[in-house]
Design a protein around this ligand. Structure first.
Ligand SMILES: NC(=O)c1ccc[n+]([C@@H]2O[C@H](COP(=O)([O-])OP(=O)(O)OC[C@H]3O[C@@H](n4cnc5c(N)ncnc54)[C@H](O)[C@@H]3O)[C@@H](O)[C@H]2O)c1
Length: 397
């Protein structure tokens, strides 16, 4: 079996579920052989937990290891593109977490200011599109693959939707999608200079990625050409700043975002005239809410990624069901809950990393690759311009 040796960059939440998913890959000898993280002790602990033989102090040091074929960037948004460029220039395939990139300040500037409150969104859009162009050139020159870790693409419900759309030959007229929860656990998410935006970018990138993927797949099946986004209209809000909420005690939602919105909604119009309504927020209680509905000329599909009712459980008290995991971000184990029997599978993580490894061994493009990564970024920042300026905005092609 062909060997694929992977280096993990970051040792947090995403790095953990990616590393677990690599262990399930079949058809290739895929192994995480190295890790680096900002704090050495965290990388050491991560290596010990997952049996990873080598720990490095930086990406640059790690890239000296000739055995590494592919790096997996599970780091905050501000590091995605700089690290992807470094790894690609060093001839390594790159997996990059969502979103591909974000506006995190101008290069070489002191980014201590609250850029989410000061920088015009037009400036952000221009910068991220220039960054994407530079990345495209690096990819052309280096001939490595960029794999975009948008798990919605690989979620079994979304792949079922794709197959149904293809077999029906119908037109996807409208899609409605949302990814929301009760607030991010990640410390970088509080500041725009690291996160690149708020809920519309952080969780909205999943919902936007999902709807863009469906339209790409529809176009490819019908005439070999993806259907791409053309315009966007959007609004954002800071709901946890509403005075009555600020006064409440206790709070069940996570607070602490500094200059990033906690709610965003976007209306996307595609080049064939079809539409998508996307929502993302940090104000949804009751567990992670990942849903997509596809309204076709030939039918209607509802993808309940999370929650789904394949296993519903009732606990008469918080402690009654012991320690068995139920589902992500539920705030209580008492009462009825949607307990996902295999949340990683329903989210598409093992399928995603299987595809990425297979792309390397079979020398083909991933289902979730450059075009999706680039278009999601373009839609997000066009949406930020729309929300700021109160008008419909063209998505850069
Ligand atoms: N697909 C998904 O469902 C999903 C879920 C969560 C997060 N993510 C994405 O994964 C990425 C990481 O998010 P997270 O939730 O794991 O955050 P996290 O805070 O849990 O982990 C981030 C990791 O990056 C490390 N890091 C920071 N600076 C570094 C540097 N200079 N060099 C090396 N490592 C560095 C940190 O030490 C930490 O280990 C983000 O891009 C996020 O959007 C995706």
């Amino acid at each position: 079996m062909e060997e694929v040796r992977i280096a993990m960059v970051g040792a947090g939440f995403a790095a953990d579920f990616h590393t677990l998913a690599f262990k399930e890959v079949s058809g290739a000898d895929a192994r995480v052989v190295a890790v680096t993280s900002r704090r050495r002790e965290r990388a050491d602990a991560f290596a010990a937990k997952h049996g990873i033989p080598s720990v490095y102090d930086s990406l640059e040091q790690l890239l000296d290891n000739e055995n590494v074929h592919m790096v997996d960037l599970c780091v905050p948004t501000n590091l995605h593109l700089p690290m992807a460029m470094t790894a690609a220039r060093a001839g390594r395939h790159v997996i990059v977490e969502k979103p591909l990139t974000g506006y995190c300040g101008e290069p070489g500037q002191d980014n201590e200011e609250l850029i989410g409150e000061t920088v015009p969104r037009q400036q952000m859009l221009k910068r991220v599109m220039a960054d994407c162009q530079e990345m495209a050139e690096v990819l052309d020159e280096s001939a490595v693959k960029l794999m975009y870790a948008e798990n919605w693409v690989y979620a079994p419900a979304v792949q079922k939707a794709r197959r149904l759309i293809e077999s029906s030959g119908g037109t996807v007229l409208r899609i409605a999608a949302e990814e929301s929860h009760s607030g991010s656990h990640a410390s970088y998410a509080t500041h725009w200079r690291m996160a690149g935006g708020g809920a519309l970018l952080r969780t909205g990138s999943h919902a936007i990625g999902g709807v863009l993927y469906i339209k790409q797949a529809e176009g490819l099946a019908r005439n070999g050409k993806p259907i791409r986004p053309r315009h966007v209209m959007a609004e954002t809000a800071f709901l946890t700043r509403i005075e009555s909420f600020v006064q409440e005690d206790p709070k069940y939602l996570k607070t602490g975002l500094v200059d990033c919105e906690d709610w965003g909604a976007a209306l996307i119009t595609f080049e064939d005239g079809s539409v998508a309504e996307v929502c993302a927020s940090d104000v949804v209680l009751g567990g992670v809410y990942n849903q997509m509905q596809v309204f076709m000329s030939t039918g209607r599909i509802r993808c309940n990624m999370n929650p789904n009712d394949s296993c519903m459980v009732y606990g008469p008290s918080e402690a009654a069901l012991g320690n068995e995991y139920l589902a992500e971000k539920i705030s209580t184990r008492a009462g009825w809950n949607f307990a996902s029997p295999d949340e990683h599978w329903a989210s598409g993580y093992p399928q995603e990393l299987q595809d990425f490894v297979s792309c390397v061994t079979e020398d083909r493009e991933p289902l979730s690759g450059w075009l999706l990564a680039r278009d999601v970024t373009a839609v997000i920042y066009a949406a930020y311009v729309s929300a700021e300026e109160g008008r419909r905005v063209q998505v850069p092609a």
